[in-house]
Design a protein around this ligand. Structure first.
Ligand SMILES: Cc1cc2nc3c(=O)[nH]c(=O)nc-3n(C[C@H](O)[C@H](O)[C@H](O)COP(=O)(O)O)c2cc1C
Length: 205
C-alpha cells in the first residue's frame, strides 16, 4: 500500500497542518511498517502557476508537442503518476487569507487533466482516480468549520471528487491564533481525532 502526503504549508514540516498530517502518517506507519510513504512538500518544491502556455501544452496532441511542451506535460504526468499510485492521500491544509495556499492551487491545476484524471461524458464529468481514500488536516487561525465562511472544505471536497476521490475525511485544528489556550486545546483535540481515526481504520482493516 502507498500513502502520498501532500504538505501545503509555507512552513513545510513546521506548519501545524503538516505536523498533524505527519502524526496521522506516523500512526499509519506504526500499524503497517510495509506502508510506502511518499511526501511531497509543495512549498519546498513549488509548482509554477498554470499559464495559457502550460494549459496549451496539456491540450496539444502528443505527436505535435514541442520540446518545451513535452517538458511541461512530463512534469504534470509525474505528479499524476505519483497521485495515481497512492491508495491513501493525506493533505496538510493551512488556511491563508481565507483560502487554500496558492501552492496547493498550482498543484491542483497540474493534476486536473481532461482525458487523464477526469473525462467528460454525456452525463457530465467523471473522475478517473477512483478507489482512494483521502484525509485532510486543516489548520486555521480562526474558526470556520461548519460555517459558510469555510471556503476550503467544500472546495477541496469538490476538487478531489472531480478526480474521483470521493471518500474524504477532514480533521480540523482551528482557533490557533485566538490564544495559547485555544491553540493547545485545538491541537490536542485534533491529536485525539487522529488517534481515533487510526484506531478505527485499524479495526476496519
Ligand atoms: C499569510 C497567512 C495568512 C493567514 N490567513 C488566515 C486566515 O485567513 N484565516 C485564518 O483563520 N487563519 C489565517 N492564518 C493563520 C493560519 O491559518 C494558521 O497559522 C495555520 O496554522 C496555518 O497552517 P500551517 O501552520 O500549516 O502553515 C494565516 C496565516 C498566515 C501565515
Amino acid at each position: 500500500m502507498t500513502l502520498l502526503q501532500l504538505n501545503a504549508s509555507i512552513f513545510s514540516d513546521a506548519g501545524q497542518s503538516s505536523r498533524l498530517a505527519g502524526q496521522f502518517v506516523a500512526g499509519r506507519k506504526a500499524a503497517d511498517p510495509d506502508l510506502h510513504v511518499v511526501v511531497r512538500d509543495l512549498s519546498r518544491d513549488p509548482l509554477p502557476h498554470l499559464t495559457a502556455e502550460r494549459f496549451q501544452a496539456f491540450l496539444a496532441k502528443p505527436e505535435s508537442r514541442s520540446g518545451v511542451q513535452r517538458a511541461i506535460v512530463a512534469e504534470s504526468d509525474a505528479l499524476i503518476d505519483e497521485l495515481r499510485a497512492a491508495d491513501t492521500i493525506v493533505l496538510g491544509l493551512p488556511m491563508y487569507n481565507f483560502g487554500i495556499p496558492s501552492q496547493l492551487k498550482a498543484y491542483f491545476d497540474h493534476v486536473a487533466r481532461a482525458g487523464v484524471t477526469f473525462r467528460y461524458t454525456d452525463k457530465g464529468p467523471v473522475g478517473l482516480l477512483t478507489g482512494k481514500k483521502a484525509y485532510v488536516f486543516a489548520a486555521r487561525g480562526g474558526l470556520y468549520a461548519g460555517t459558510p465562511r469555510d471556503t476550503e472544505t467544500a472546495y477541496v471536497r469538490e476538487f478531489l471528487g472531480f478526480l474521483g476521490i470521493t471518500d474524504v475525511e477532514f480533521v480540523y485544528a482551528e482557533g490557533l491564533a485566538i490564544s495559547e489556550a485555544s491553540k493547545q486545546a485545538s491541537l490536542s483535540k485534533a491529536a485525539g481525532a487522529i488517534a481515533d481515526l487510526n484506531a478505527f481504520d485499524r479495526l476496519a482493516a
